[in-house]
Design a binder for this molecule. Sequence first.
Ligand SMILES: [Cu+2]
Length: 399
Amino acid sequence: MPATAMAGVLGIPMNRMGSGTTWIPDAVSLPSRHFTAGQWAVMLHGFAFVQYNRQSGARGDEQVGSLNWAMLMGSRPFVGGVFQARTMLSLDPWTVTAKGYPLLLQTGETYGGAPLYDRQHPHDFWMEVGVLYERPLSERLAWTIYAAPSGEPALGPVAFMHRVSAMDDPLAPLGHHWQDATHISYGVLTAGVFGRRWKLEASRFNGREPDERRFAMDPMRLDSYSGRATVNPTGHWSGTLGYGYLASPEALHPDEPVRRLVGSILHGMPIGRDGQWSTTAVVGANRLGGSWTRSALFESEAVLDDRNTVFGRAEKGNRSAEELAVGTLPADQSLRVASISLGYIRELARGRGMTTGLGTRFAISVLPRALESTYGTRTPTGFLVFLRVRPVRSVSMKM
Ligand SMILES: [Cu+2]
């Protein structure tokens, strides 16, 4: 039996665990390698893309780079429960540079002391370093604690790179900083209780976004808090609702706390012998000062068989003129933007449990008239060709 089918506390399949302490539907899985070493069950995840990325229009740019991450997780029985140590690492700061990669309309974090816009920041090298402990209280109830010098508080859905509906899409969602951007927080403590189909969690964490020193751990703080409810009513569905108070997310605006409300619904089902189909909807909102800004995402990925994968994403949300650094508009003018993307990957080679695919992704955005002169068009596009290496999906036996 593959370790994916391994049952943890309360008989919950081990690979229900997504990033941080999130859950995904049991019917789908993130491809991984497993082995055992003594009492330890070890799981290795990882994706590496090498991509040419071209964003069109007056604010466009192009880049050859690599997006990548690897995760190592070890679990073992410990005083009546299960102990897990994990780390997730990324070389993005080298391979897409400290300034990140071109992505029209993206905002969040800084480079050279200035806010980034039309670029996605690189992920920190230390994406996660943490420990997790789960222990049953009865046949139907268990408790858990998670402590991470770098990790993910209980807020939002599974982070995008760990989402089965987005795993083969190299690029970050435009709603990242409204939805799942807290997935790298330097200092997280989470406590929770759960049954087989539900989980309630509360976190204290560092609300500050990672700084520009991408290879160093940032100073730990526990100045922010969040709470999240998760339900997995059947093997095919998972839903969350979370709320967070981020004390001072942005270094450039240290006096501005953000309140975040995020809801998500994930669906997953197997397709044939080798495939799986996974879909996610997320709505996230940030309150800064007195007003809320919203973002919505719908994405889906189908691994059709051992050769073909298709994926797509549709998003809409608001940006302020200040966030997009449009000096000709009032700083607080709210601009509605939308984007849709489609991608396809053809597997070229397979070996040693890994598969290599050649992929492409095309995106088109729709801008309000107020942004036309800045972007040179109201429908800028993004184009990507890439090679992707990841583990072969282990056939799920947990249903
Ligand atoms: Cu991120």
